[in-house]
Write a protein that binds this ligand. Structure first.
Ligand code: MSP
Length: 477
């Protein structure tokens, strides 16, 4: 049986518009999915939207819309952005889907039957921005450190999940890499959370009206995070299609992608809930860093959000994908500077790849009558590129490919084919041209998961009987 992968992104809150933070994770998943498909694996790639909870209900209120109207409108923005970025997902899950709601009810019922939840009184500090309870220790000057707002004091009846019963098991799974958390700094970060103390958490809310009713106490709605995490199983048939569920959850390698802001929910709470319900756990979790913009947190209130659609308008689809993914190591935080986008576009795409393609095709047309002088070999794997992609070290994979592009451009500068042509050195010239054509073919294949249209276009340019130089791949900015 060929390998099977089930790749997921977080489901994004619909109170926000998609920005480049969301785009980064979604492009990363798309690259991984396209890469595995190109290796002959079966892949299911999931993304979607998180549509319940007080934050979304408040935003709907502010927009003077019913929550359902509001979430319908907002979910479209995500679909539109992903289409603009050429994201090839297999399914878009929404937590307001009937199928998801049914699945959540089923799972919550199982937790209840297995006595993994208990009733309690909650008194705590709730940050609506985070949609979670904060401890006094987490506050900075009495404010939520992320949203810079005071949390609300809340006292209500809740059901709690017996996290403590599963903490040791989850820890062992993480330590042994049965749940492989990568990059390794994020695995250490997760294990570090154990030292801070981890408390049972509530799985329901009494006063939040926009949510899924708890099947065993209809006065309560499922806590938005507990609802949201279940998207990963509802989308592949938990509680409604055993065959599909087996295929994609139990038998595939499950890979969750996200940024470090939601590590605790995914690396600890989620596996614990699955263990409690007797459901299989995910195999891998890849955690990337957090972007800031010119040194500041990206936020609506600061007005510094970068819209991926605008980048696509400015640079095109593939260049946007390249520029976002090539800048930082996956696990590290990064500071985005917009002016670097233009610089990098010009140096790597217009001058680097674009120029190599233009020069090579031009020379084949001019010195070889449009015919590649020898058979093109296009089988070589690009050194460690595959390994880097599998480790989600996208910046390294791209650097490796670009080092070949730079090498080829240097070969042209040094060997000066136009002089070889003048001097009648046919063998040397032909050897160089066929090497360059082979390299272009290999580059086309290697960049396809990252830049699908460019990869295909390039393959098309060199697969014809008579090669002609065409429009530049990337016009200078
Ligand atoms: N709805 C929850 C996730 C539930 S998943 C079961 C949520 N949504 S979110 O809209 O806030 O999205 C968070 C995710 O968006 C991050 O984990 C990351 O994938 C991406 N990013 C959002 N802002 C980001 C940055 N500034 N930088 C990098 N990625 C960021 O949390």
């Amino acid at each position: 049986m060929s390998k099977r992968y089930y790749i997921t992104t977080p489901i994004y809150y619909v109170n926000d518009k998609p920005h480049i933070g969301h785009a980064y994770t979604t492009i990363a998943g798309d690259i991984l999915a396209r890469y595995y498909k190109s290796q002959g694996a079966e892949v299911f790639y999931l993304t979607g939207t998180d549509e319940h909870g007080s934050k979304v209900a408040e935003s709907a209120d502010q927009a003077n819309m019913s929550p359902q109207e509001f979430v319908d409108q907002q979910a479209e923005l995500y679909k539109q952005a992903w289409s603009n970025l050429n994201i090839e997902y297999d399914y878009f899950v929404r937590t307001t889907d009937q199928r998801h709601k049914q699945s959540v009810k089923k799972f919550m019922g199982v937790l209840h039957e297995k006595k993994a939840v208990y009733e309690g009184q909650y008194e705590g500090l709730y940050c609506t921005g985070c949609e979670k309870f904060l401890t006094e220790k987490e506050l900075v000057d009495g404010l939520c450190p992320y949203h810079k707002k005071p949390p609300q004091k809340i006292t209500e009846k809740n059901y709690f999940f017996k996290l403590k019963d599963y903490l040791n098991k989850v820890k062992k799974l993480i330590e042994s890499d049965k749940i492989a958390i990568r990059p390794i700094n994020q695995k250490n970060e997760t294990l570090g959370l154990y030292k801070q103390g981890l408390e049972d958490f509530s799985v329901s809310r009494e006063k939040v009206k926009w949510g899924i009713p708890l099947p065993f106490d209809k006065k309560q709605n499922v806590y938005v995070w507990v609802d949201a995490l279940q998207n990963y199983i509802s989308a592949v048939g938990y509680g409604d299609n055993q065959e599909e569920f087996k295929k994609w959850w139990e038998e595939a390698e499950v890979i969750h992608l996200m940024a470090r802001d939601i590590l605790k929910f995914h690396a600890i709470f989620w596996p614990a809930m699955l263990l409690a319900a007797g459901v299989a756990i995910p195999e891998r979790e890849f955690i990337h860093g957090f972007f800031s913009i010119n040194g500041q947190k990206m936020s609506k209130s600061l007005g510094n959000i970068i819209d991926p659609n605008e980048l696509v308008n400015e640079f095109g689809i593939d260049a946007t994908r390249y520029l976002l993914l090539s800048q930082f190591p996956f696990g590290a935080d990064g500071n985005i500077e917009l002016k670097r986008f233009t610089e990098k576009y010009n140096s790597d795409l217009a001058n680097g790849l674009g120029n190599l393609v233009a020069r090579t095709l031009n020379m084949i047309e001019k010195f070889s009558d449009g015919k590649i002088p020898a058979i093109v070999k296009c089988s070589r794997d690009f050194g460690p590129v595959n390994k880097f992609i599998e480790e989600l070290a996208f910046d390294k994979a791209l650097k490796e490919i670009w080092s070949q592009i730079d090498w080829a451009n240097t070969q042209i500068d040094q060997q000066k084919p136009w002089e070889l042509h003048k001097a009648g050195e046919k063998d040397k010239l032909n050897k160089l041209l066929s090497e360059l054509a082979s390299l272009l073919c290999e580059i086309a294949k290697a960049i396809t998961p990252f830049m699908p249209q460019t990869g295909q276009k390039l393959l098309g340019l060199i697969s014809v009987d008579r090669i002609k130089k065409g429009e530049p791949l990337f016009a200078r900015r």
